[in-house]
Design a protein around this ligand. Structure first.
Ligand SMILES: Cc1cc2nc3c(=O)[nH]c(=O)nc-3n(C[C@H](O)[C@H](O)[C@H](O)COP(=O)(O)OP(=O)(O)OC[C@H]3O[C@@H](n4cnc5c(N)ncnc54)[C@H](O)[C@@H]3O)c2cc1C
Length: 449
């Protein structure tokens, strides 16, 4: 007998089972496609997450966890016959605590809304993925998302103080604390951050706020004859004593596609790559002078001050602009800062050898690159070819001491490549942790780790 009626009896209107409703909860923003519809979606409110997980556990039903579905690794894609738990309606900012520079939020709050609420107190929630106006804080926590400001303030992990998590058994645990220091127990907060829905479901978080930077704001745009030269400038800036608020890169193709998608007036003026950087504060002007000198030494053709919001907006829409052009497979490799120029040279070489464009944009100051292999035609074979080229990029990043994912996560798309980065003993340690938290293997199985 189908166990679904029992779920509906427990959670009522929070359960969707009409196939027309299920479709919208089955994919994420990645190229991963669901193999079939889930049996049900729970749009969780109040204590529904624990009840839904208990039900899934009792009935051995696979669960995918979902915030806004902007993920790029296939982590939130539904399992055929499985259960999707959506956190999107658990979206209350419970409290802003300026005295302790903390915010208590439910997992489905849109990340940019936390920052907006903090701004009313002169504070900010720093991590700002380019998707921050759509993605949820729960999704950001599960993927340990990065963003434009992360070069200065750190990634999501650096802004999480405490979590409420529903375990695979349906039990609720609390990790971390409201204090600045805390060494009681294992650091479970760090374990759950970046665990991609495989160890538990984050239902609420206490996030750290920082003073909002004030003072002079200067934004610059530096144009380079080669992308490798831009890489050398990033390495120089990031190993100097100036700390940019933002340091992003777009190559020529990315800039052209952004201009086609949403014109901002940004132009490469014939350069191969642009760096877009920003400094805020009392030393902003002298920091800019230093960054300009370092960019010129690395080969910049021009460095000019520019209107900040437009430049940063151009970078924020890069991903959408490239996707609007047609099918592509995109990567998320991260490199040690000193190897950036080597990686950019390798991408150019691979692009020339394969005869395929590989536009690249990057959270350059964090060494995190998003090269995209443009898919030729639309047959499966061609797509396999793009995946093969993408593998060459990943292998190169690993050979330079990098990682196959800097911020999007492993999800389903990179799960098969894990052994390239993790040795057998390290992989076994990860699997041991997974089996302790999720002995029946119901939470996001076969993904992440
Ligand atoms: C245009 C665009 C720009 C982007 N820019 C960036 C960027 O700059 N930096 C960056 O890091 N990413 C970026 N991303 C990727 C994506 O936005 C992030 O991965 C984001 O953190 C996903 O949040 P979400 O709420 O959409 O999560 P989803 O896509 O719904 O889920 C992502 C993963 O988290 C898990 N998950 C979601 N919520 C929870 C929860 N409450 N508890 C446990 N697990 C959960 C899911 O199971 C899945 O594995 C971008 C995506 C797009 C489409």
């Amino acid at each position: 007998m189908s166990p679904l009626p029992d779920l509906i009896r427990r959670l009522g209107s929070q359960v969707l089972t009409d196939p027309a409703d299920l479709v919208g909860y089955s994919s994420d923003a990645s190229r991963a496609r669901p193999e079939g519809l889930p049996a049900a979606v729970v749009i969780a409110r109040s204590s529904a997450v624990a009840a839904a997980v208990e039900w899934a556990s009792s009935n051995y039903v696979r669960v995918s966890v979902r915030g806004s579905g902007t993920g790029l690794a296939g982590g939130a894609v539904a399992y055929p016959g499985g259960l999707v738990i959506s956190l999107a309606e658990l979206n209350k900012i419970v409290a802003i605590d300026p005295a302790n520079r903390l915010a208590d939020v439910q997992a489905g709050v849109i990340t940019a809304n936390i920052d907006r609420a903090a701004a009313e107190h002169g504070l900010m929630y720093a991590p700002d993925p380019a998707s921050s106006r759509e993605s949820t804080i729960g999704g950001n926590i599960a993927t340990n998302a990065g963003g434009l400001r992360c070069v200065k303030y750190g990634v999501t992990a650096d802004s999480i103080a405490a979590l409420e998590v529903v375990l695979a058994s349906g039990e609720i645990i609390h990790t971390g604390s409201r204090t600045r220091k805390n060494v009681v127990g294992y650091d479970l907060t760090s374990l759950f951050v970046g665990s991609e829905g495989t160890l538990g479901i984050v239902t609420a978080a206490t996030v750290r706020l920082r003073p909002r930077p004030v003072g002079t704001t200067v934004t610059f745009r530096a144009a380079f004859p080669t992308i490798a030269a831009a890489g050398r400038a990033v390495t120089a800036i990031m190993t100097s004593d100036v700390v940019p608020e933002v340091l992003e890169l777009m190559d020529r193709t990315s800039v052209e596609l952004v201009e086609k998608f949403s014109p901002t007036g940004l132009s490469t003026d014939g350069a191969a790559a642009l760096l877009v950087g920003q400094f805020i504060g009392s030393t902003a002007t002298s920091d800019l002078e230093q960054a300009t000198t370092m960019s010129r030494r690395a080969g910049a053709i021009s460095v000019e001050q520019a209107e900040g919001d437009i430049l940063l907006e151009a970078r924020r829409v890069s991903s959408r602009a490239l996707s609007a052009e047609g099918p592509r497979v995109s990567s998320d490799v991260a490199l040690p800062i000193a190897r950036l120029a080597d990686m950019f040279e390798a991408i150019e070489r691979i692009s020339a050898e394969e005869g395929v464009p590989i536009p690249t944009f990057a959270h350059a100051g964090d060494g995190n690159l998003h090269p995209s292999v443009i898919v030729r035609g639309d047959s499966d074979e061609v797509s396999d070819d793009a995946e093969r080229i993408l593998d060459r990029i990943t292998d190169t990043a690993l050979s330079l001491g990098g990682t196959m994912s800097g911020e999007h996560g492993v999800g389903s798309l990179k799960h098969g490549s894990l052994a390239k980065q993790l040795d057998p003993a390290t992989m076994a340690a990860h699997r041991l942790i997974k089996s302790v938290f999720d002995p029946k293997g119901i939470l996001t199985p076969g993904r992440g780790i």
